[in-house]
Design a protein around this ligand. Structure first.
Ligand code: IFM
Length: 456
């Protein structure tokens, strides 16, 4: 039998290091047609035959819209410092511009106040992919005007909630929205054009920079940043063809976002590769995108291995793979963090998502998810190692608090440290959640009980 992972890391995390759990609105809230919420592109996409593996949708999801108080109690019981969640834009502004929906704003106000009452820091993401369908009908992120609507939305959220937020992230994973949403069509809105995808990526970055500027002008006291999905990209072999392919992939995944955000330019090799598919960039856009940030959020799940000959078979690595067929590769997280610190003038870094989908079984009220616990322990250690080597790490958040709607994979893939029985909406802490709670108690003891662990 394998040993359970230790509840104390071999690394010592600073007292102000932020531990958290993360979710997003569309994946957990449900209540899709309640209290004046507008339609989002994911509501529409879910209705396309074949778009979602199990033909499911977000109509009910984890029913978090009604069970938010119970869910906040669960979060507090884990002993984390922070909760990362997103606002559903169509819930608060059904058309994506113009009129606001008071009932939607009230929901997030209750949520934020509920977090503060439990001693938890609210980390709010403005855009976790659920664009109002009404804006998509006008062209969505491919249209420059969507950036301006996003800025107005950001200001509205700041005016209503900003005084109580610890952090605001503009976008979650712009690469995913641009490429999976507009180039491969696997995600909403399901388009298939590389030129559109690249224009979308530019408008997302532009709206990020413009929103940051507007939020600062509004006097925001929350830390402001963006969340990127990044990975170290490695060639499958040391052949020149694989090395070139990996360099280009690194350009499209990492440098396409990091270079404009931190250096005010798009990477020349990627621009050359794109040719006529490169985005239209207006004067002043790059300066706007490079607005200084208070933090950078990184979502890390696995490395990317690139072969010029075609897709690389993850099973040849010999490493375990998750239920998403993603290789478990924790050392890639240390490598990525060191690289960002070396190559860019990064602000404090948070791992804003990390976790694994594994096949869980709820038996006699328990979920023995040793593979997920091992995954989390190894990645937390990888963060500790980056910290030890001088990377300015500020926090780590588990994806996800709850099993939830895993986009095109539907509900079959479970990322939660809390099991959700979708028939009853009953929540059960998995062994990984109990491990995290014990681990955080150990951390709290090391830092002199700075924050009492709720529920324990
Ligand atoms: O569930 C998603 C999340 O919405 C964004 N980052 C990756 C997660 C797992 O696929």
């Amino acid at each position: 039998m394998t040993q359970p992972p230790p509840t104390a890391s071999r690394h010592r995390f600073p007292p102000d290091f932020v531990w958290g759990v993360a979710t997003s609105a569309f994946q957990i809230e449900g209540a899709a047609a309640e209290d004046g919420r507008g339609e989002s592109i994911w509501d529409r996409f879910c209705r396309q035959p074949g778009a979602i593996a199990d033909a499911s949708d977000g109509l009910v999801a984890c029913d978090h819209y009604h069970r938010w108080a119970e869910d906040l109690d669960l979060i507090a019981g884990l002993g984390v410092d922070a909760y990362r969640f997103s606002v559903s834009w169509p819930r608060v502004q059904p058309q994506g511009r113009g009129a606001w929906n008071e009932a939607g704003l009230d929901f997030y106000e209750r949520l934020v106040d509920g977090l503060l009452a439990r001693g938890l820091q609210p980390f709010l993401t403005l855009n976790h992919w659920d664009l109002p369908q009404a804006l998509q009908d006008r062209g969505g992120w491919a249209q420059r005007e969507t950036a301006q609507h996003f800025v107005d939305y950001a200001i509205g959220i700041q005016r209503r909630l900003g005084d109580r937020l610890a952090a605001i992230a503009t976008h979650n994973e712009p690469w995913v929205m641009a490429v999976l949403g507009h180039e491969t069509g696997l995600f909403a809105p399901g388009q298939r054009s590389r030129a559109t995808a690249m224009q979308v990526s530019h408008h997302l970055l532009l709206s990020h920079g413009q929103a940051l500027q507007a939020l600062r002008a509004e006097g925001s006291r929350a830390r402001l940043g963006i969340v990127l999905n990044l990975a170290p990209v490695q060639p499958a072999t040391d052949s020149p063809a694989d090395i070139d392919a990996a360099r280009l992939e690194d350009g499209k995944l990492l440098r396409w976002y990091m270079d404009p955000l931190f250096e005010g330019r798009y990477p020349p090799d990627v621009l050359a590769h794109l040719g006529a598919d490169a985005p239209q960039v207006a004067a002043g856009d790059l300066a706007a995108i490079a607005a200084p940030m208070d933090f950078l959020g990184l979502n890390y799940y696995t490395r990317s291995v690139v072969s010029a000959a075609g897709p690389w078979d993850v099973r040849t690595s010999g490493n375990p793979v998750t239920d998403m067929d993603w290789e478990v590769y924790p050392q890639g997280l240390t490598e990525l963090l060191l690289r960002l610190h070396r190559d860019y003038a990064v602000p404090p870094l948070y791992v804003t998502e990390n976790g694994g989908a594994f096949r869980d079984a709820l038996v006699a009220g328990r979920v023995h998810d040793a593979d997920r616990t091992a995954y989390l322990a190894a990645h937390i250690d990888a963060v500790g190692e980056a910290l030890r080597q001088g990377v300015p790490m500020a926090g780590y958040m588990v994806w996800s608090l709850l099993d939830n709607f895993e986009w095109a994979s539907g509900y079959a893939k479970r990322f939660g440290i809390v099991h959700v029985d979708y028939a009853t909406q009953r929540r059960t802490l998995k062994d990984s959640a109990l491990w995290l709670r014990d681990f955080l108690r150990g951390q709290a003891a090391l830092r002199g009980g700075r924050r009492a662990v709720a529920g324990g």
